[in-house]
Design a protein around this ligand. Sequence first.
Ligand SMILES: Cc1cc2nc3c(=O)[nH]c(=O)nc-3n(C[C@H](O)[C@H](O)[C@H](O)COP(=O)(O)OP(=O)(O)OC[C@H]3O[C@@H](n4cnc5c(N)ncnc54)[C@H](O)[C@@H]3O)c2cc1C
Length: 307
Amino acid sequence: MSNTNYDVIIIGGSYAGLSAALQLGRARQKVLIVDEGLRRNRFASHSHGFITQDHVDPAEIAAEARSQVMEYKTVEWVSGRADAARRNIEVGSGETSFAIGVRGVRYHSRRLILALGVRDILPDIDGLQERWGRSVFHCPYCHGYELNQGKIGVIAGSALSLHHALMLPDWGPTTLLLNGAFEPDRDQLHALAARGVVIEHFPVKALSNHADVQLADGRTLTFSGLFTLAPFEVSSPIAQQLGVDMEEGPLGFTIKTDAMKGTSIPGVFACGDAARPMASVALAVGDGNLAGVGAHRSLMFETIHHE
Ligand SMILES: Cc1cc2nc3c(=O)[nH]c(=O)nc-3n(C[C@H](O)[C@H](O)[C@H](O)COP(=O)(O)OP(=O)(O)OC[C@H]3O[C@@H](n4cnc5c(N)ncnc54)[C@H](O)[C@@H]3O)c2cc1C
């Protein structure tokens, strides 16, 4: 089954996608947002660091954004997962268009914005998954302040955790739990000591209570909060299906974009966590704003044919 033609389809209706939709709705473009509702920060009860919305439930920020965007009559919403995307050539004009599938229904548009977000690949430690976003975090700026300068544990995932451990003493006395992930060299040990970081060599067996760490030697260390740097992957294979260029960052691949958030495929734009190595709600909103304007400019000033 096939459905209406849109100017722009946005896959992902969280902060980045909604911000793109806001610009496009205000430009009176016909927009479809497709979203399956799995925001990256859905595990956290409060969001921090986004001006005017500090310490607000992230679901509330997303719901308020959605209700403001849906006031624009040319914007439509479909709940569900877009599981296929393809480029078409329009009969007659030869112009490129895009088709996406959601639960067996096909939707068509002249431009596509990928606001897919990413999925964190958490370390396989007993008790960690259920504490993610509650007492185990990845971003000190997002959740460090609320620990009130209490004791912080950094669970190493790779040598990148050195950087994490060197940052965290500004938020509280820090212990680096190496957990067999890497062995700091002499210079690194010196840098850690200069920041007052305590090093723990015994492997982590499990997490319990609020943020207690059970070590393999039987000891339990109690912390106010824990941090770990988890690798991630873009939440949906749609970007790869379309064949957009990706770029590798320290924790995973993101979609490569230019200054107006255009991807390597003309007519396809990308924004938010899926298209930038540094992540936050504020950055996703800014990114989405650019992608919305980028897609609108492309509609006004570019004719896109298949290369
Ligand atoms: C535990 C935790 C706490 C965090 N706390 C903070 C904080 O306090 N402050 C802060 O600034 N940042 C925080 N972040 C980071 C923040 O969550 C992200 O930067 C932000 O969510 C990125 O927004 P986005 O719109 O790019 O992606 P997301 O919010 O992840 O949204 C992507 C959307 O796209 C949808 N989607 C993906 N693929 C498809 C598909 N094929 N079809 C349909 N829909 C699809 C998803 O379901 C989702 O709804 C936190 C992250 C985590 C993990």
